[in-house]
Design a protein around this ligand. Structure first.
Ligand SMILES: [Zn+2]
Ligand SMILES: [Zn+2]
Length: 205
């Protein structure tokens, strides 16, 4: 936790210290950026392709697909079929450490984390997704989306988790995509795919 806070501080000061010339350089570099999309071997490939388009349109970056993966046993929990999202992120950090770019993993497996809700820790709490903030890795699952509007819900969570990668925290502004779904995600399929002004300005590209 401390480490991430420190990295946040460093990035904050690094960005705030850049002059006009520097800003132009940063923007120039960011246009070359791309994001890798990887999916579980049982995840529908056509849906992954649609998510690539969503990411490209929203973040104005290019995307590439990496070979499909199986979640390793070491990321499993004691609960049958449920995987620890934090362990998945650790595994991704190791596996894709040479990529030097953001990597998003799409899966249909159940994923969970130890979640603090109203001061109480809920172990193995099922979630839609988890992303390092700021960082290069996030994981999103379709396992709890039911059968309706799956792609719409998935796109929302994909863009949300990448928002964390870009440094955004949860936001309380109504209809901002960075709001905390608390693992329930009521009506995310009806929410606009957009950030509030504050979050838009905070994106670290
Ligand atoms: Zn979040
Ligand atoms: Zn916001």
């Amino acid at each position: 936790m401390k480490k991430w806070f420190f990295i946040c501080l460093v990035i904050f000061f690094a960005c705030s210290g850049i002059d006009g010339e520097g800003r132009r350089l940063v923007r120039k570099e960011s246009t070359k950026e791309f994001i890798y999309v990887v999916y579980s071997s049982s995840f529908p490939p056509d849906m992954a392709m649609k998510m690539r388009k969503e990411i490209e349109q929203f973040y104005q970056v290019k995307t590439k697909t990496l070979p499909p993966v199986s979640l390793p046993k070491k990321t499993m929990t004691a609960i049958q079929g449920r995987y620890q999202a934090n362990r998945i992120l650790d595994w991704m950090k190791e596996k894709y450490r040479n990529k030097n770019a953001k990597v998003i993993l799409l899966t249909n497996a159940d994923i969970c984390t130890d979640r603090n809700l109203n001061g109480k820790i809920n172990p193995n709490y099922r979630i839609f997704g988890l992303g390092v903030r700021p960082g290069n890795f996030c994981v999103v699952t379709i396992s709890r989306f039911g059968n309706k509007k799956v792609e719409r819900k998935l796109a929302y969570v994909v863009l949300h988790e990448l928002g964390h990668n870009y440094g955004l925290e949860h936001c309380t502004t109504p209809h901002c995509m960075m709001k905390d779904a608390q693992g329930k995600g009521a009506n995310i399929e009806n929410e606009p795919k957009q950030f509030c002004k504050k979050c838009r300005n905070l994106i670290r590209k």
